[in-house]
Design a protein around this ligand. Structure first.
Ligand SMILES: Cc1cc2nc3c(=O)[nH]c(=O)nc-3n(C[C@H](O)[C@H](O)[C@H](O)COP(=O)(O)OP(=O)(O)OC[C@H]3O[C@@H](n4cnc5c(N)ncnc54)[C@H](O)[C@@H]3O)c2cc1C
Length: 407
């Protein structure tokens, strides 16, 4: 059996690519090694699938050459994405720009894609693992672990990155592409929790706090994020941590000193905070320093701060030395956390790195190295920030590749 095009990987980008290619009258098949299509989609957005975001700016996409992302996104943008899903049955619910299906069920997104594939008579082969792609004089020969062979004129590699391997993206596509001569920017986990140094984490595990975090790599500021930080027994988590994690992980992997400075009073300047603190001292200077924190900061956190400043919480606030006072204020506005790593690909929402975008045509998603081979989604060296950007990347690259099959 010879197909016009075979899509390897029935995830987010692969399903969309197959739909657009089939709509051009092409004979299409999807080969997926898991037991169902779109397994990862089910886990997205905490089971609600944040499938895109109305705000699309260049800084939402990262990679060695992040400008590649906008060049592709212009061809199938957020409005086209919402319209495409609406035509399949997904009525959008928008919350602060974040777009979800109105049913708030991620399975709905996977299901409508599967319904359309069925409608377009795309052939789907499940539980078949592609081991190798061979370029032939005319098209491609695909070999599976199950000892089956498939021939096609064109091939779309939509096998994802390395994040959440339980959902199928095990990096096998990257290995195949490396053998075929593509350059791989070494993948690393992104949108992931960060591990940190310090014995106090167990003590503050579960504490959430609104803060501003500034990330430093070898003393150089890399990025900053406002939002709710969550302390855990291994380190730190929360949306702002996810957003900065790709820079932190990259810095640690390069052996650089990676430090997060947390400001627990981000809406006040140091001066304003000092005034607030002085007022508290005036009215409550008779209290112990531990008691003076009551109502100002989570007490588990203030205990840690006091321990770090080597101040006994039982000391009377009025009797704090100037040195102790300065130390404490510094910690409240700039609490240092040394990052040592991440919770790995198993817990990451996306992998950074992947196939170099210098080797892919942004107009078509065709490889510049192997004619007739197209690449979509997370396998490429582009990763989106948290908020619907990774799925948008998957839909866009899938649509662009699919539309170009059979042109
Ligand atoms: C827990 C979690 C929550 C997330 N939430 C969101 C969210 O709310 N919004 C958002 O935008 N993004 C989210 N993401 C990220 C998003 O899901 C991915 O970036 C996106 O699914 C990538 O699409 P893809 O098509 O490139 O790869 P995938 O969706 O990973 O699909 C790749 C497919 O290829 C198959 N495959 C791999 N190798 C082979 C092989 N050799 N042979 C056959 N089949 C193969 C895999 O089984 C898989 O089905 C989340 C990710 C996770 C893990």
């Amino acid at each position: 059996m010879r197909y016009d095009c075979i899509v390897i990987g029935g995830g987010a980008s692969g399903m969309v690519a197959a739909i657009f290619a089939a709509r051009r009258g092409q004979r299409i098949a999807i080969i997926e090694h898991r037991e169902r299509l779109g397994k990862k989609i089910l886990a997205t957005g905490n089971g609600k699938c944040n499938y895109t975001n109305q705000v699309q700016t260049p800084d939402c996409y990262r990679g060695t050459h992040p400008e590649f992302a906008m060049a592709v996104l212009r061809q199938f943008d957020v409005e086209q994405t919402i319209a495409f899903f609406q035509s399949l049955g997904i009525y959008p619910k928008v919350r602060n720009g974040y777009v979800y299906p109105n049913s708030e069920q991620a399975v709905a997104v996977a299901d409508v894609l599967a319904m359309e594939l069925n409608n377009l008579k795309v052939e789907v082969f499940l539980k078949e693992h592609i081991l190798n792609i061979e370029k032939e004089e005319q098209g491609f020969l695909l070999k599976t672990e199950e000892k089956k062979e498939y021939r096609c004129n064109k091939v779309i590699v939509a096998t994802g990155g390395l994040a959440a391997p339980k959902q199928g993206s095990d990096g096998s596509g990257l290995k195949i592409m490396r053998r075929l001569g593509h350059t791989i920017v070494e993948p690393f986990p992104a949108l992931v929790q960060l591990k940190a140094e310090g014995k106090f984490f167990k003590q503050v595990s579960g504490v959430r706090i609104e803060a501003k975090g500034e990330l430093f790599s070898n003393q150089k500021k890399v990025t900053q994020e406002f939002g709710e930080y969550l302390f855990t027994d291994y380190g730190i988590s929360g949306i702002p941590v996810f957003q900065m994690s790709r820079y932190a992980v990259s810095s640690v992997l390069q052996g650089k000193k990676t430090q997060l400075l947390l400001d627990f009073f981000p809406h006040m300047t140091e001066n304003e905070f000092q005034i607030l603190w002085n007022d508290r001292m005036k009215s409550g200077g008779y209290k112990t320093i531990g008691e003076l924190f009551t109502g100002l900061l989570n007490n588990k956190l203030s205990n840690v701060l006091l321990a770090e400043a080597k101040i006994n919480p039982e000391n009377i606030a009025n009797r704090l030395s100037n040195q102790e006072y300065t130390k404490l204020l510094k910690l409240l506005k700039s609490f240092p956390i040394t990052i040592t790593g991440s919770n790995g690909f198993e817990n990451a929402q996306v992998s950074a790195g992947g196939i170099s975008t210098l080797e892919v045509n942004p107009e078509t998603m065709e490889s510049k190295i192997i004619k007739g081979l197209y690449l979509t989604g997370e396998i490429l060296d582009i990763d989106g920030t948290c908020g619907g950007y990774n799925l948008q990347w998957a839909w866009t690259t899938g649509a662009v590749a699919g539309q170009n099959i059979g042109k």
